[in-house]
Ligand binder design. Structure first.
Ligand code: THU
Length: 140
């Protein structure tokens, strides 16, 4: 666990605001996310469910898609807020997707209570499979 900073709270507020736009008619579990880029830009996303459940996209990956689509690939932090009482943690698939863009990014997690959890992505996903593994020379 890391100490909560003022910028963490700002990013969390973006995620909380985005959460209102979640499209979750099936699970009713609304999630909002916000990514903060190294350039100081913020992009938000929500979970977008689908009648074909497997086509659902999580909030973290939808925020990531917004950032990358706008040309920002250097991600410093991500905040996620879900409908759980305790802080909502990113699912395994989102951890992997985020690791592509910075395995050491800050992850700020909130729920419906006031307590907030702050960790780094490599704490949440140790030994992530990253692009270096695809390069035979870096594979050792
Ligand atoms: N969900 C997210 O948006 N992010 C996560 O990290 C965990 C799960 C969404 C997917 C689905 O719409 C709902 O929460 C219930 O699993």
């Amino acid at each position: 666990m890391r100490n909560l900073t003022q910028p963490d709270l700002v990013l969390l507020a973006f995620a909380r605001e985005a959460q209102e736009k979640a499209y979750a008619p099936y699970s009713k579990f609304r999630v909002g996310a916000a990514v903060y880029t190294a350039d100081g830009e913020t992009f938000t996303g929500v979970n977008i469910e689908n009648a074909a459940f497997g086509a659902t996209i999580c909030a973290e990956r939808s925020a990531l898609a917004a950032a990358v689509s706008a040309g920002y690939t250097d991600i410093a932090a991500v905040a996620v807020v879900g409908d759980s009482t305790a802080p909502t943690v990113p699912c395994g698939c989102c951890r992997q997707a985020l690791a592509e863009f910075n395995p050491e990014m800050r992850v700020i997690m909130g729920g419906q209570r006031d307590d907030v959890m702050v960790m780094t992505l490599d704490e949440l996903l140790p030994e992530a499979f990253v692009r270096g593994y695809l390069d035979q020379d870096e594979n050792a």
